[in-house]
Design a binder for this molecule. Structure first.
Ligand SMILES: [Zn+2]
Ligand SMILES: [Zn+2]
Length: 304
């Protein structure tokens, strides 16, 4: 199995700078790329990151602010130019389908199908080996945090043990596989008696939280993420501005990572006011130790 990979396609908020592109990430899972946000400049970043846009089947737009979506018509036009045939699914916040259609109509007509799906809280995509969930954030307009979760690998069922214990084949086996105790003629059996948990492992969890005021709304959803990518638009020096524009500070991001017991925090979506992102990293570290400033086109491989 290939390692799961994250590529930071951009790390700036509102407007690109000479050094930073607008924020987006791509996640690779088994040869497929999932794109979270599609800002202006995203196409070139995909090229630089050697990410084939023909392998992108799902694009998730956290919200419809221009700095997160304006790359979409250009990307669709390029896909059409390169004779894409696979359908493309674009996931947008609930109630924003028409706005998404307006943006997409800027692209020429395509020979491949484009389907727009509205996201609400909970699982928005269930594919072989992983799910994507959405959680409502607190921003000027409807904005969703996105959570990639690889399927957990359960233990293996040892049928010879079940047979030896005279547990009848059928629904009772299934219940044990799902981790439940069962009763057979007044005898109780525990899953450990038939399951081998030595190869069990938890799937990788990656959370992407951009454009939000600090709120506990999303804490449960991102709990124990291996990687939390969190916006840190401002530092505490600009906390007033952060509140006005409904963004988080680096300290807010650190607190969120700490409260939710995430393993690593990657800061992103920096205001051009902050020339020195190291300051933001230091600020977040007051609350959470394992924090990094995301770099343009940085790649992280995750294997469990
Ligand atoms: Zn933004
Ligand atoms: Zn925004």
């Amino acid at each position: 199995m290939e390692p799961i990979e994250i590529v930071f396609l951009g790390t700036a908020s509102s407007a690109p700078t000479k050094e930073r592109n607008l924020s987006a990430i791509a996640i690779r899972f088994e040869g497929e790329w999932l794109l979270f946000d599609c800002p202006e400049g995203c196409q070139q970043q995909l090229l630089k990151g050697s990410i084939s846009y023909m392998r992108i089947h799902h694009i998730f737009l956290t919200h419809m602010h221009l700095d997160h979506v304006l790359g979409l018509p250009g990307l669709i036009a390029t896909m059409q130019m390169h004779q894409r045939l696979h359908p493309l699914f674009i996931h947008v916040p609930q109630g924003w389908k028409n706005k998404a259609l307006q943006i997409i109509r800027l692209a020429p007509k395509t020979n491949f199908d484009i389907e727009i799906k509205e996201m609400k809280k909970g699982i928005v995509l269930e594919n072989k080996g992983y799910t994507i969930s959405a959680v409502l954030l607190k921003h000027e307009i409807d904005c969703y945090g996105l959570i990639f979760k690889q399927e957990d690998k359960a233990g293996t069922f040892q049928r010879e043990k079940a047979i030896a214990l005279k547990i009848p084949e059928g629904p009772l086996w299934r219940r044990l596989q799902l981790g439940n105790k069962i009763k057979v003629e007044k005898k109780t059996f525990k899953p450990e008696q038939v399951m081998d948990y030595s190869k069990a492992k938890k799937g990788v969890k990656i959370s992407y939280i951009v454009d939000t005021l600090p709120t506990r709304n999303y804490h449960a959803a991102i709990k124990e993420s291996d990687i939390l990518v969190h916006e840190a638009t401002f530092s505490q020096k600009n906390v007033k501005r952060a509140k006005e524009t409904m963004h988080s500070t680096a300290l807010d991001a650190g607190i969120a990572a700490e409260k939710t017991k995430c393993h690593a925090l990657y800061l992103t979506h920096f205001s051009s006011r902050h020339k020195n992102a190291q300051e933001l990293e230091n600020e977040a570290r007051q609350a959470f130790g394992n924090v990094f400033v995301s770099k343009e086109l940085e790649r992280i491989k995750l294997e469990k």
